[in-house]
Every structure is written in structure tokens, then in C-alpha cells.
Ligand binder design. Structure first.
Ligand code: KG4
Ligand code: ZN
Length: 340
């Protein structure tokens, strides 16, 4: 089969998004995501509900991805799926579906590490997106992950820093919840922050390892701060929402940048690629742009649809592994704590 004829279906089901995408020669032909609204009312992802929703969504989502890509399932070259890390019940749906489909079609099965996929999403060929040069530092920031990875080549990656408790997206969402904002609150904090004074209030930056992160204390300090102020003025939150959000966002972004600076210092690598839902944040985007002129960094942010959980990133890893004939065994199992 020539490279031109290679069509890979990627399937993602590690958390609360059921997604499928088709890739051909680095270009995404379709990228379908069914986001599960059911979790909003609980203020966070409920694992059992996520698995059930994946079961309902997976067939129509895959169908839609094939339809949009205008390709028949019999023309697929391989099936790539998220093996882990993630929620076990959610992973099991994508894993068993992919195994059955690959077996039924008689095509290879390719297992994908979700964290590697967030990083390799930078190599999808898309307008306005530039692939980083090796070696580079990847920072993945989302509701489920916060880590800095040294990337030497496609499959040689080393985690050099990570959160010891909450993910950065959780810090945004949990603080937003304290402020009475709906889930997920990150984008709303960002919106209010743009009209506020980032120096109005001061929040602490937790001290942990040079390139590690901790966010659980920040949420507690927001809680104590708000409780104290509301006791004095019941309208404190509504009267100061912009300033509170701007100060919170400033603290989080400054903290992320501190860690990146430490990683650059430690590795000597100045090429930075970020991914994950939090990379939509206007504060981190501005800080990275500033770092280009200030410190001579080169920075990359993928298109937003490739930042949040998606199957296009699974498909690109599938394609890269397919080229190396790096296939999974038929008895492969999901792995909730899969390492690199
Ligand atoms: O990657 P993602 O869609 O899902 C996973 O967590 O895997 O990331 C979602 C996270 C949520 O915590 C959400 O609040 C946060 O990304 N987020 C933001 C912004 N947009 C999304 N946080 C801050 N500012 C934003 N603009
Ligand atoms: Zn993710």
C-alpha cells in the first residue's frame, strides 16, 4: 500500500469526550467530538455516567467521522485508539470497540498513549499550525493533566515536571465554583479576567519541586479569601468578580511560566509547545508571546480543536506508528495509569 492510500481512524474515550477522526497523510479529514453535557450538573466528571455515555455515543460518532471524511470503513488501513491513561470504564469502551472493529475489518490495531497524543497533535498538518523542531519542551495543561515533557523525537519523551495534586484546569474550575460560576469555569474566569486588575488581590504560589506543580492549596486560599471578604460585604464577589478572576489568572499563569522558565534553564531547550484545554487561556497565550521577544523562545499552540480532548491527535499518533509498523497485539488491554 502506498503512503497516499493510508487512512487511519482514531478513537478517543479516555475521559468525558467520545471522539473519532480520520487522517490521511498528516491531514485531518474529519474530527468529531461528542461532549457529554451530563456532567455539568455535578460540577465535574462522574466516571460511571461517562462510560455509559461513551457506549451510547461511540457508534454514531465513528459513523459521523467516516461520513464526514467521505470514506468507507473497508478502506481504513488501521484503527488507532487511546489505551490510557484515563478513566478505566471510559477507556474500556473505546478499547473494546476498536479491537472488535480492527478484527472485523482485518486491519492492524494501534494503541496510543493519550499524553503522547496531546504532544504529537502539533504534527497534524493544518493551516496556522507549525510543527515544533526536536528537541522541544511540551507543556500539557488541561482539566486532567499538568505536565512538562522533554521531547527528543516522536516517541522519545521524558516527563520532567508534573502536578502533585490537582491539574491546572481543576484550579480554574474549582476556584470558579467557589465564585459561583458554572462548570467548567475556566473560560469564564478568562472572560472576566480580561476586564479586571491582575494585581488587585494576591494569591500564593505553592512551593514544590522546580518543575513540578501543586494547585490544591490555591483553591483553598481562594475559598478562605472569599469567605473572609463575603463576611464583611455579602456583595463582595459580584462587585469584584473581574478583579478576583484577573488576580487568580495572573497567579496561575505566572506559576506556569515560572515552571517553564525553570525547565528551559535546566534543559537549555527554548522551543516550547503547549496543548490541553487551558492553552485556550488568553493570559498564557499573551505570556508565551511575550516570552518569544523577551527570552528568545519559539512557542507553538495547536488549533483549539486539537488542544482539547480529541481523536485527531490519536489519529496522528496512529499514522506515525503505522509508518513504523508499530502495532498492538490483539490481546492489548486498557491501562488507566499508562506511562510513557
Ligand atoms: O483538554 P480539556 O478540554 O479536557 C480535559 O480536561 O482533558 O480541558 C478542559 C479544561 C477545563 O478545566 C476548562 O476550564 C479549561 O480547560 N479551560 C480554560 C479555558 N478554556 C478551557 N481554562 C482557562 N482559560 C480558558 N480560556
Ligand atoms: Zn487530555
Amino acid at each position: 500500500m502506498t503512503e497516499k492510500e493510508c487512512y487511519i481512524l482514531g478513537i478517543e474515550s479516555s475521559c468525558d469526550d467520545t471522539a473519532a477522526a480520520v487522517i490521511n497523510n498528516g491531514k485531518i479529514l474529519s474530527n468529531v467530538v461528542a461532549t457529554q453535557a451530563i456532567h455539568e450538573q455535578y460540577g465535574g466528571v462522574v466516571p460511571e455516567l461517562a462510560s455509559r455515555a461513551h457506549q451510547q455515543n461511540i457508534v454514531p460518532v465513528v459513523h459521523e467521522a467516516l461520513r464526514k471524511a467521505n470514506i468507507d470503513k473497508n478502506h481504513l488501513s488501521a484503527i488507532a485508539f487511546t489505551r490510557g491513561p484515563g478513566l478505566m470504564g471510559s477507556l474500556l469502551v473505546g478499547t473494546s470497540f476498536s479491537k472488535s472493529l480492527a478484527l472485523g475489518l482485518g486491519v492492524p490495531l494501534i494503541d496510543v498513549n493519550h499524553m503522547q497524543a496531546h504532544i504529537l497533535a502539533h504534527f497534524i498538518k493544518a493551516e496556522g499550525q507549525s510543527a515544533p523542531n526536536f528537541p522541544f519542551l511540551a507543556m500539557t495543561i488541561s482539566g486532567g493533566h499538568t505536565q512538562i515533557v522533554k521531547v527528543t523525537n516522536y516517541f522519545e519523551m521524558e516527563v520532567i515536571g508534573q502536578t502533585i495534586d490537582d491539574a491546572v484546569g481543576e484550579a480554574f474550575d474549582k476556584s470558579a465554583k467557589i465564585l459561583g460560576l458554572p462548570y467548567p469555569g475556566g473560560p469564564l474566569v478568562d472572560k472576566y479576567a480580561q476586564a479586571g486588575n491582575p494585581k488587585a488581590f494576591k494569591f500564593p504560589k505553592p512551593k514544590v519541586g522546580l518543575m513540578d506543580f501543586s494547585f490544591s492549596g490555591l483553591k483553598t486560599s481562594v475559598l478562605y479569601f472569599v469567605e473572609k471578604e463575603v463576611a464583611k460585604n455579602p456583595d463582595f464577589i459580584s462587585e469584584n468578580i473581574e478583579d478576583i478572576c484577573a488576580s487568580l489568572q495572573f497567579t496561575i499563569v505566572d506559576y506556569l511560566m515560572d515552571k517553564l522558565k525553570n525547565a528551559v534553564k535546566k534543559t537549555g531547550i527554548k522551543e516550547i509547545a503547549i496543548g490541553g484545554g487551558v492553552s485556550a487561556n488568553s493570559g498564557i497565550r499573551t505570556a508565551l508571546k511575550e516570552a518569544e521577544s523577551k527570552y528568545g523562545w519559539k512557542t507553538h499552540i495547536p488549533k483549539f480543536e486539537f488542544c482539547t480532548d480529541n481523536a485527531a491527535m490519536i489519529a496522528i499518533v496512529g499514522e506515525l506508528k503505522y509508518k513504523n509498523q508499530n502495532f498492538a497485539e490483539n490481546n492489548v488491554i486498557a491501562s488507566a495509569r499508562m506511562k510513557f
